[in-house]
Design a protein around this ligand. Structure first.
Ligand SMILES: [Fe+2]
Length: 282
């Protein structure tokens, strides 16, 4: 099987458990690669093992962690990371991404992407954990910017400065989640384009796109359960025109699953924007 993720490019679709069988049954899929979350596949047999084997035979795979706790305080979960390392080898992953946030509090897994106080000490601590995880996994790490709904006390810089500080301190890559930038821009009242401009874009290796829920005029929820809206496609276009090179982009759909044809329509629009942006790349 080897290293099919070396050819990860174009538009991908999250290989979520609620979509997996339909994706595998699809004869002419409108995506170029898939992304899966190792936590869903390590240490399990049966249906999930069969899905994983079938998927890696069919598409290039990138792996995206959910529970890395990159910003947490607890010791890293070495048993989990060892199993993830084995899985990365099986699917030929060339990098590993996880969220720049806490996923555990007081030792309990909370399955939430809790935001951080943005300060130098937190940035150094996160960077050290990213380096540690990278050394265990043996592949480059990409940190993902997360959505948030409140400001943590103790912050002394803005979010994008924090992401930049961690990425530069750890010398790691970035998974740029465009919907998370958009959601946070509305929730906290900043300019999403200025955020993109302030990122070290040369470190971006992959993009996420998704839909959200408008809870109120000034509160968006990052649900991944709705279609992508026009302003998010516009921000995607703005981002691509500033990236120094083409990177793969993934549609994240994690709930309220529509027929695949609907998701393929969203991916086709993403692909058109990617193709057009190639002419404007710096
Ligand atoms: Fe994401």
């Amino acid at each position: 099987m080897g290293d099919r993720s070396a050819s990860v490019q174009g538009v991908g679709l999250g290989f979520r458990l609620g979509l997996a069988e339909a994706m595998l049954e699809h004869q002419t899929p409108g995506w170029d690669f898939i992304e899966l979350c190792p936590e869903n596949y390590v240490g399990v047999g049966g249906r999930r093992a069969r899905l994983l084997d079938a998927a890696r035979e069919r598409w290039p795979v990138v792996c995206h962690g959910l529970c890395g706790d990159l910003a947490g305080q607890a010791p890293l979960d070495h048993a989990l990371l060892g199993a993830v390392r084995e899985l990365l080898g099986r699917v030929g992953a060339r990098w590993y991404s996880d969220h720049l946030c806490m996923t555990h509090i007081d030792g309990a897994e909370i399955h939430e992407l809790v935001a951080l106080p943005f300060n130098e000490a937190a940035a150094r601590r996160c960077a050290a954990r990213v380096v540690q995880v990278r050394e265990i996994l043996g592949v480059p790490m990409a940190i993902e910017n997360v959505s948030a709904y409140g400001q943590m006390p103790g912050g002394e810089m803005d979010e994008v400065s924090f992401v930049r500080a961690v990425a530069e301190e750890a010398d790691c890559q970035i998974l740029l989640d465009v919907i998370n930038v958009y959601v946070n821009a509305i929730n906290f009242g900043f300019d999403p384009r200025a955020y993109i401009d302030a990122l070290p874009l040369e470190r971006v290796v992959q993009i996420h796109m998704a839909g959200h829920l408008r809870e109120a005029e000034d509160l968006l929820l990052d649900t991944h359960a709705m279609p992508i809206v026009d302003p998010v496609y516009d921000l995607f276009d703005y981002t691509l025109k500033r990236l120094p090179r083409a990177v793969p982009a993934l549609l994240e759909r994690d709930g309220n699953f529509p027929p695949l044809a609907e998701l393929e329509g969203e991916m086709a629009r993403m692909a058109r924007i990617m193709e057009a942006s190639a002419h404007d790349r710096p």
